[in-house]
Design a protein around this ligand. Structure first.
Ligand SMILES: *Cc1c(COP(=O)(O)O)cnc(C)c1O
Length: 221
């Protein structure tokens, strides 16, 4: 099936409140353009160099999301154009994004990545750390970022119960933070980025508002 038919199928299948981030990492600009022509505007990339190369040659109304591990020294390279960063996993990184965004006079949407999987190698804050972070005074004085929600990746497994359990944990943390005093008057804290090709249906079941789908749309990498 073509890339454009996949985009059209997903557009029909996903609930209207769920945004589709088409994860185009390792796929060429031609593939992105095919999805773009089918109406897709949000694309996710996980490597800074690759993203910059693509952003230069692709239409300017694409909303670029950064979803991979991000080094502090690379932040300045994406800040001029990035729409949302899903993979903020330290206070240091948050400060760095705010600093460069201020220089560029931009406000960047960020999601805090939470470690919910059993694998050691997945990035992110532990659930208890994120609450400590949000209780720090100074992060609420960062004027050039908006903390828009949480992102997480479930364990890579066929065990549906395990995946649901992890998504449920993230979803509960999200609701808990959203209703906490820190965020109660902030209407932009409303994104829960969870679900990829193999588990997006389970993620939606648990309250995802953003799915990051790569191989289903573009094929294997
Ligand atoms: C690659 C990647 C995806 C997309 O994965 P698929 O299984 O190809 O859909 C989603 N999220 C992150 C963080 C990724 O790195």
């Amino acid at each position: 099936m073509s890339i454009s038919s996949k985009i059209e199928l997903l557009a029909k299948e996903l609930p209207t409140y769920v945004k589709l981030v088409a994860v185009s990492k390792f796929h060429p600009v031609e593939a992105i353009l095919e999805a773009y022509q089918a109406g897709q505007r949000i694309f996710g990339e996980s490597r800074v160099q690759e993203l910059i190369g693509k952003q230069k040659v692709l239409p300017s109304d694409i909303e670029w999301h950064f979803i991979g591990p991000l080094q502090s020294n690379k932040v300045k390279d994406i800040v001029p154009f990035i729409h949302t960063i899903h993979s903020i996993d330290s206070l240091r990184l948050l400060e760095e994004v705010n600093k460069h965004a201020a220089k560029q006079n931009r406000i960047i949407r960020i999601l805090l990545e939470i470690h919910i999987a059993m694998e050691e190698n997945k990035h992110g804050f532990m659930p208890f750390e994120v609450k400590d972070l949000l209780n720090k005074e100074n992060i609420h004085s960062f004027n050039n970022i908006q903390i828009c929600g949480l992102m997480g990746m479930a364990t890579f497994t066929d065990d549906t119960t395990q995946i649901l359990k992890e998504f449920h944990l993230l979803s509960s943390l999200f609701k808990n933070i959203k209703s906490s005093s820190v965020f109660k008057d902030i209407d932009y804290f409303n994104e829960l980025s969870m679900g990829m090709t193999d588990d997006y249906k389970l993620a939606i079941q648990e309250g995802s508002t953003m799915v990051r789908i790569g191989s289903y749309i573009f094929g294997n990498r």
